[in-house]
Ligand binder design. Structure first.
Ligand code: FES
Ligand code: FES
Length: 173
């Protein structure tokens, strides 16, 4: 089948790509646009390392034909990272040691971004549930949940939500 041009907004700028049918957003981001912050793990919807935001909603870019984001707003880890330093959510991951190899981290950060946009003060159970589709093989998840709480605390100014003040880890996986 013939290639076609797809246009969409990527991290605040309009982009156009020439793609074959059913080319995934993940492939386009990494191989045509150089946005390699979006990771490539299982390529079948099982790990979440490719998570990006489409119109603010987290989606696995390995399952998404790029045609489906035509005219929509796509945000990757590059789009939330300041020119200098780190975004507060990224800093929270650093502060709570929420990564080891780091391969899952961009997807986890994007998922956290969407979670806190919708629910600025999630419970630990809600945070665990939100991470349900994203796999981390290194951390055991507890530090990632801590990072979500720390990011929430910093955004809402609620010190009682700081990970060090809330040792209750019931509901973790
Ligand atoms: S690479 Fe997309 S879910 Fe694993
Ligand atoms: S930090 Fe290695 S997979 Fe999560």
């Amino acid at each position: 089948m013939a290639s076609r041009i797809v246009s969409f907004e990527l991290c605040g700028r309009e982009v156009e790509v020439l793609v074959k049918p059913m080319t995934t957003l993940q492939f386009v981001l990494r191989n045509q646009l150089g946005y390699t912050g979006t990771k490539e793990g299982c390529r079948q919807g099982g790990c979440g390392s490719c998570t990006v935001l489409v119109d603010g909603e987290p989606m696995m870019s390995c399952l998404l034909p790029v045609e489906d984001v035509a005219g929509r707003r796509v945000t990757t880890i590059e789009g939330i990272t300041p020119v200098e330093g780190l975004a507060p959510i990224q800093q929270a991951f650093v502060d709570t040691n929420a990564f080891q190899c780091g391969y899952c981290t961009p997807g986890m950060v994007m998922l956290t971004t969407a979670l806190l946009d919708h629910n600025p003060a999630p419970s630990r159970e809600e945070a665990v549930e939100a991470l349900g589709g994203n796999v981390c093989r290194c951390t055991g998840y507890a530090p990632i949940i801590d990072a979500i709480e720390a990011a929430s605390a910093s955004a809402t100014g609620d010190a009682t939500r700081d990970a060090g003040v809330m040792p209750d880890r019931s509901g973790e996986r």
